[in-house]
Design a protein around this ligand. Sequence first.
Ligand code: ADP
Ligand code: ZN
Length: 435
Amino acid sequence: MENYWNKEIECMPLEDMKKLQSERLVAQVKHVYDNVPYYKKLMDEKGVTPDDIKSVDDLHKLPFLTKADLRDAYPYGLLAKPLSDCVRIQSTSGTTGRRVVAFYTQHDIDLWEDCCARAIVAAGGTKDDVCQVCYGYGLFTGGPGLNGGSHKVGCLTLPMSSGNTERQIQFMQDLGSTIICCTPSYAAYIGETIKEMGISPDDIKLKAGIFGAEPWTEEMRREIEKSLGIKAYDIYGLTETSGPGVAFECCEQHGMHINEDNFIPEIIDPDTGEVLPEGSKGELVFTSITKEAFPLLRYRTRDICVLTREKCSCGRTLIRMSKPMGRSDDMMIIRGVNVFPSQIETVLIKQGYAPNYQIEVDRVNNTDTLDVYVEMSQEQFSDQIKDIQDKEKELVAAITQMLGIRPKVHLVSPKTIARSEGKAVRVIDKRKLHD
Ligand code: ADP
Ligand code: ZN
């Protein structure tokens, strides 16, 4: 079966896509230059005018925008349309600092929902599906984005928002939900609760899940697929570029196709800003070529990943991005070694633990400390201290091998680590308190 929402675009030959992107880019640069004094100034400072941008090959001439610019220009400084043309505001979750607000015209909302519809259809969604959206609704883009996409596809949409997990499961059973959309950490929690309620994955009708908004590992994917009896698809996006749906996974589950007709991706060296060739790992940068109200050009996401144009068996020609392994600011430097939370998650799940963990970093006597708190399941729990110590030692060895530095591991009783209904908070870096 062909699972495309817009085959013409999703399978467009590369040359045609470049042409489309170039036309849109040229018009967008002019729109921004004429309407956003903040960006015009950046262009003037760099000595670039709209006339210098004739195709996507000139993209590198434009200045970058960063989260700091968004904060500087808060709230209206990057707006490219009169407020009277805007119909919606959304905001970031504030995971890494002050919130950023984004504006949408009706045209922007339509394009965004269209991107989400592509993701739902790629996951096998049709108008016969019942789509339970348990991303948060409100300012956070997760709920509204997938809600709109689900409507477009014609799914029967359950706007559950996050939380009240038993009710989620009740509705899932009573109304026969076939697709679920939420953060992967919440999906894991729902899977855990289903098991505790004595419900088997065979008793529910779910077939697919669309999970994103936070980093998650392949190991976590397999856990969720097992506990919910589904195929789990990744979806990526950020408020600054509209929200979820910038990129989505197909049946291959091997990287996310970027909706290049709306967003031109680049990978740069985060230190020098130099554009890196395809296949290199670096910071992802996006240029929105279709958004009207909040069209960021060369926006630095701080997400680290790899792009590939390798042919995908699903037939889509859209470029693919690898799972971001975390943002550049999620990366912890501990005793001089770069550590991503996802590396620790990989080890824990491989060793048979559920993804309920917290990482604490501190500095004691000028030395960084790394403490990993890991929850045991009822079955793993033991009242023999020796058993627990042995298990802790095993984990210390496995994590040391992965990271090259030695953590302290604390196995804690079942149900003692807070579950997440939205984006999970995995790291507490106490060093920041001392700075
Ligand atoms: P905040 O920056 O406050 O969390 P957003 O809600 O806009 O605001 O989150 C966007 C960020 O979420 C992205 O830049 C990325 O770091 C992360 N993210 C979104 N989707 C994914 C995904 N599928 N995998 C990994 N990280 C993701
Ligand atoms: Zn594909």
